[in-house]
Design a protein around this ligand. Structure first.
Ligand SMILES: NC(=O)c1ccc[n+]([C@@H]2O[C@H](COP(=O)([O-])OP(=O)(O)OC[C@H]3O[C@@H](n4cnc5c(N)ncnc54)[C@H](OP(=O)(O)O)[C@@H]3O)[C@@H](O)[C@H]2O)c1
Length: 381
């Protein structure tokens, strides 16, 4: 289960004294901020409404009717309280009421892998309910946050709830922000912390021709000591890159492969190998496993797929650019969701004359350090 928070049109036009004043846009904004800060949702997107610049049909009359409001750009700005969050999460501009009528928003929600859409914002009886209709048609479960949504009048807001009740409980659930945060805390307590661990060069390259770029003994030791006794999750190709294609000793090895049938699980108790067909199955397995920590150990495709679920990344950062690398880790220095929390002093490793790094240029001592990156938006699996 993955929840995506959709914050709908929290713009200045709906504040007290503004042309489209809602009952309590300010209160909705405070609850939305509290929800995001709590880390309860798995991700968030913001929408912003702009009047149609190339109106068709009734939208032409709409533009004429609201010409004065449309003329003031301040009305389109996000409310101040949520502005910092709009710099951290994707923002989609739409010129229709329902978010799912906008192909870019629909695609983003699909790509997020969310199965539940948590809906909040304004205006309850307009853009919010239109978005709920689209989400229901997309097959998403909708959670409608009663105190993080605002509308023009109490009667209209009650009317929205009356309409939504026709879809409850299968498609839609209603709850307050506090109830939602509490329900998520209960779910998250059961989930292990996910930590990504990798060795990357200065271009964030991690592999070449199915192998590592370099094996630095101290890094190998750090990897062994950090992951020992824990569960590690990897892609099928990384398992095959290990000596003899065998799982790592002293750890539960979870391997993902699409060659498995959805829902299928293969377990080898002797080698502590679990093979699963996909991320969803892995997340369900992880929740049921009772583990405290799970390490994501590669390769490139698994690092990318699992990053949204990780709260920490341990990166052995090698200050060298290896030629011909074909696999990369996401560049965390350029990712606004991540920040460098700690970095060790620099170490140097001189490769032995034989069996050195893949790149000849690395015959010089390689400088590296151990970095800890932390997720800063507090929203992860
Ligand atoms: N520097 C480091 O720290 C580090 C660590 C680990 C690996 N590496 C390097 O990374 C490279 C390998 O990375 P890679 O991206 O090519 O391969 P990979 O991630 O190790 O494995 C890819 C395979 O995993 C399975 N898979 C991936 N995503 C899946 C999903 N969502 N659901 C189910 N199965 C999924 C698929 O297996 P099927 O084809 O069987 O379906 C896919 O072909 C190697 O060069 C390796 O040495 C570097």
């Amino acid at each position: 289960m993955k929840d995506l928070l959709m914050v709908i049109d929290m713009q200045k036009a709906y504040l007290k004294g503004a042309p489209w004043e809602c009952l309590d846009t300010e209160g909705a904004a405070a609850n939305i901020a509290r929800l995001i800060d709590s880390g309860a949702a798995d991700g968030a997107v913001f929408t912003r409404y702009e009047y149609p610049k190339a109106p068709v049909g009734v939208w032409k009359a709409y533009n004429e009717l609201y010409a004065d409001i449309n003329a003031d750009p301040v009305n389109e700005e996000f409310v101040d309280e949520l502005l910092p969050y709009t710099e951290r999460f994707p923002v989609y501009v739409k010129d229709v009421y329902g978010s799912f009528s906008d192909p870019a928003i629909r695609a983003a929600v699909r790509e997020s892998g969310a199965d539940t859409l948590v809906v909040c914002g304004v205006v309850a009886e307009c853009c919010v309910i239109s978005t709920v209709c689209g989400a229901v048609d997309e097959g998403l479960k909708v959670i409608y946050l009663t105190d993080a949504v605002s509308g023009f009048t109490p009667e209209k807001m009650a009317g929205v709830l009356a309409v939504l009740s026709g879809w409850m409980p299968l498609h839609v659930e209603t709850m307050t922000t506090e109830e939602y945060i509490a329900s998520r805390a209960e779910r998250k307590e059961k989930r292990p912390v996910m930590i990504s661990i990798a060795a990357a060069d200065r271009n964030w390259a991690i592999g070449k021709d199915g192998d590592l770029l370099v094996s630095i003994p101290e890094d190998m030791k750090f990897f062994r000591e950090t992951t020992k006794g824990h569960t590690v999750v990897m892609g099928r190709k990384t398992l095959e890159s290990f000596p003899g294609g065998r799982p790592l000793k002293g750890r539960v090895n979870v391997v993902l492969s699409r060659q498995m049938t959805p829902g299928e699980t293969q377990v080898d108790e002797r080698t502590k190998l679990v093979v699963l067909p996909g991320i969803e199955e892995f997340l369900a397995w992880a929740e049921a496993s009772g583990q405290d920590e799970i390490y994501v150990i590669g390769g490139g495709s698994i690092y990318r797929a699992m990053l949204p679920y990780c709260s920490k990344a341990l990166i052995t950062f090698i200050r060298h650019g290896f030629e011909g690398a074909d696999t990369h880790y996401p560049n965390l220095d350029e990712d606004p969701d991540w920040s460098l929390a700690e970095e060790s002093e620099s170490f140097f490793w001189a490769p032995p004359a034989e069996g050195g790094p893949a790149d000849e240029a690395a015959a010089e001592p390689v400088e590296y350090s151990f970095r800890t990156y932390e997720r800063i938006n507090n929203i992860c699996y």
